[in-house]
Design a protein around this ligand. Structure first.
Ligand SMILES: Cc1ncc(COP(=O)(O)O)c(C=O)c1O
Length: 430
């Protein structure tokens, strides 16, 4: 839990912000109020520790450090070098990786670097269909991955809603991709990395695991690691892992040079050294016994919440979850994903509408929602709290917003949410 005293959390710098720019200081405080006053169920969000926030708010932000430790294009980098070296060592140790790069500004930047290391424009990349849980960087036509590369998509099976490994193999044999990507943005189940490795070897493709969502569970040893199987693992540092917003690449030693060159100078300029330092802080936190217990609890909470919502009549895609996230099909309760998102918003429950596999509805009006347990777990909530959240979420989803009775119901749910989060607040006052 992130217990902080107002004094140490904000320190004199926040006083300076309040004095010099009350408008932006107001935004910061209002956002803190929003986090404290409601339930954050966005699967890709979390509540970073005061130590991570301190590194992010430090003067390391000032330093230009193009290049890598001891090989910089600027003077005066000997101090920030230490942050990057410590962070790289921690990442390698935590994940058992031969090489780590902490400079990607985001998960999308990490993915761009992996593409650049292993493929040329026009090459074929095999990845999960966006409509079934793949990410924009896995071949969307509005993204570099779909514009500069030739994406081929695999899907989940209609019956089980699990990845169709036979189809992945067939498509790989047919299209001979340069890269095969395993990993998604809305897939609740474990991925069979050994199966992907076998398919990649058969067709001579590089295996890239986009672990953006679940790397934090791997860090906590709560699910199997892709590192032994993948040529390259890309990740974000701000989801379950609970670090600063940013990206990371782990790879085999043989690919280290190609990956480093693909991050800088190919796709980025100067690294954000405050973010690199904050990643190092988060990686240290992730090596603790407390973090491992948190990672196990994230999954236990996601499973308890999924079960509670199934009891309320919603359908968990693929029958449940092995991870931190659940996709819910709302057709059985006659509500669209958009309606559910708006109603939950009014009840101080933050989540997002999401397409479900083979969704008959268009992407802007999808049939489902995606929910995740990282933030509420960081707040210290456990399975019994999930049962309560499931009940409140269901009441909100089913409330006829815009009618007097529905709006009254949403107000009631909002006050029940306030009472619930008061017992386990985000960023509790010290
Ligand atoms: C699977 C996957 N890859 C990459 C990304 C991109 O991360 P970022 O938003 O940091 O660019 C995301 C973000 O949600 C993701 O889910």
């Amino acid at each position: 839990m992130n217990v902080v005293s107002e004094q140490t959390f904000w320190g004199p710098d926040f006083d300076a912000l309040e004095q010099q720019d009350p408008e932006i200081a107001g935004v910061v405080l209002d956002e803190l109020d929003r986090l404290r006053g409601g339930l954050q169920l966005i699967a890709s969000e979390n509540l970073t520790s005061p130590a991570v926030l301190a590194a992010l708010g430090s003067t390391l932000s000032n330093k230009y450090a193009e290049g890598y430790p001891a090989r910089r294009y600027y003077g005066g980098c000997h101090v920030v070098d230490r942050a990057e070296e410590i962070g790289i060592a921690r990442a390698k140790e935590l994940f058992g990786a031969e090489h780590a790069n902490l400079q990607p500004h985001s998960g999308a930047s990490a993915n761009l670097a992996a593409y650049a290391a292993f493929a040329k424009p026009g090459d074929t990349v095999l990845a999960m269909d966006l409509k079934q849980g793949g990410h924009l960087t896995h071949g969307s036509k509005v993204n570099f991955s779909g514009l500069w590369f030739n994406p081929v998509s695999y899907t989940v099976r209609k019956d089980s809603e699990l990845i169709d490994y036979d189809q992945v193999r067939d498509l790989a044999r047919q299209h001979r991709p340069k890269i095969i990507i395993a990993g998604a943005t809305a897939y609740p189940r474990l991925i069979d990395f050994a199966a992907f490795r076998e398919i990649a070897d058969e067709v001579g493709a590089k295996l890239m695991v986009d672990a953006a969502h679940f790397i934090g569970l791997v860090a906590g040893k709560a699910i199997p690691s892709p590192v032994p199987y993948a040529d390259v693992v890309t990740a974000t540092t701000h989801k379950v892992l609970r670090g600063p917003r940013g990206g990371m690449v782990l790879c085999r030693a043989e690919h280290a040079k190609a990956i480093d060159k693909a991050v800088f100078p190919f796709s980025q300029g100067g690294p954000l050294m405050h973010a690199v330092a904050a990643k190092a802080v988060a990686l240290r936190e992730a090596a603790s016994a407390e973090y491992q217990a948190y990672a196990d609890q994230v999954i236990a909470n996601a499973q308890a919440l999924a079960k509670s919502l199934e009891t309320e009549g919603m359908r968990a895609v693929s029958g449940g979850t092995d991870t931190h996230l659940t996709l819910l099909d709302l057709r059985p309760v006659g509500v669209t994903g958009g309606e559910a998102e708006a109603r939950c918003d009014a009840a101080r429950i933050t989540l997002n509408k999401n397409s479900i596999p083979y969704d008959p509805a268009p992407p802007m009006k999808p049939s489902g929602i995606r929910i995740g347990s990282p933030s509420v777990t960081t707040q210290g909530m456990v399975e019994s709290d999930m049962a309560e959240i499931g009940c409140l979420l269901s009441r909100a989803v089913k409330a006829a917003q815009g009618t007097p009775a529905g709006d009254a119901e949403l107000r009631e749910v909002a006050s029940a949410v306030s009472a619930l989060v008061a017992r386990a607040p985000a960023y509790p006052r010290g």
